[in-house]
Design a binder for this molecule. Structure first.
Ligand code: MG
Length: 254
């Protein structure tokens, strides 16, 4: 069942989203060669709590940290630890905050120092795919419009979308209905209604779309070990279109 949020709910979700965005901003600022992923996790948890929230991911189905840190060929759900970042790598940072009973969830992939032009292009295309997916959201539109827009843009640029993992509804629970695949066909799927809140999160691989699960039961990696990028926003279906709840901006509309 897809939960439709009231104006009061949406105001709370915006507070959660803004806290998540502020915390992630601090984590991004700490990414540099030599930093460990555990250090980034500690920065995230401290900032989330300072902002009055709690980390959505800590303890979620047993996840042991406050953020997911996925480096290079890791797609999503990497576990922070002693790994030290190296110049030329990329790291996907996924962060969720629960505040006043509602979740905000966002992710970004950033370079560690300088990266190759091909990797920089992967990051640009994935970030843009997220924006294009968001712009496909409108009341009475279809979920397939969103997935199709993301898939078309990514594949036009010679990259692939991950099929096994998807975006999701979000609200009082971190993961609510519906599932939001990063592929699809226009005019198909769930009808979008005002007040729905959706985590849109393209996961884009430079090579094959195929992924494998690591032995830790969390870390998802590309099968061909080529790099992968991940960008995410929490978005409400507004009267006139999408409202990005996790974008740090005085103007919340896109
Ligand atoms: Mg998510």
């Amino acid at each position: 069942m897809i939960m439709v949020k009231t104006a009061t709910d949406l105001a709370a979700m915006r507070r959660a989203g803004q806290a998540a965005a502020q915390a992630l901003q601090m984590v991004v600022a700490a990414v540099r060669p030599g930093a460990t992923t555990a250090q980034l996790d500690r920065i995230a948890e401290a900032r989330i709590r300072e902002l009055g929230g709690e980390p959505s991911f800590l303890g979620y189905r047993g996840f042991p940290a406050s953020i997911c840190t996925s480096v290079n060929d890791e797609v999503v759900h990497g576990i922070p630890g002693p790994r030290r970042l190296v110049e030329g790598e990329i790291i996907s940072l996924d962060l969720g905050v629960v505040l006043d009973g509602f979740h905000g969830d966002l992710a970004v992939t950033v370079p560690v120092g300088r990266v190759s032009p091909a990797v920089a292009r992967l990051l640009r295309v994935t970030a843009e795919a997220l924006e294009i997916g968001i712009r496909a959201i409108r009341p009475e539109g279809r979920l397939g419009d969103v997935g199709a827009a993301i898939q078309r843009y990514v594949e036009q640029h010679g990259f692939s979308v991950v099929r096994e993992f998807a975006g999701h509804g979000i609200g009082r629970k971190l993961h609510e209905d519906p599932q939001i695949p990063n592929f699809g066909s226009p005019g198909n799927g769930v009808v979008l209604r005002r007040g729905m809140t959706l985590a849109i999160e393209p996961m884009v691989n430079m090579g094959t779309s195929e992924v494998v699960m690591e032995a830790d039961g969390w870390t998802v990696r590309t099968r061909d070990h080529k790099p992968s990028a991940h960008f995410e926003h929490t978005v409400a279906v507004g009267d006139d279109g999408p409202i990005v709840l996790t974008r740090l901006s005085p103007d919340e509309s896109v």
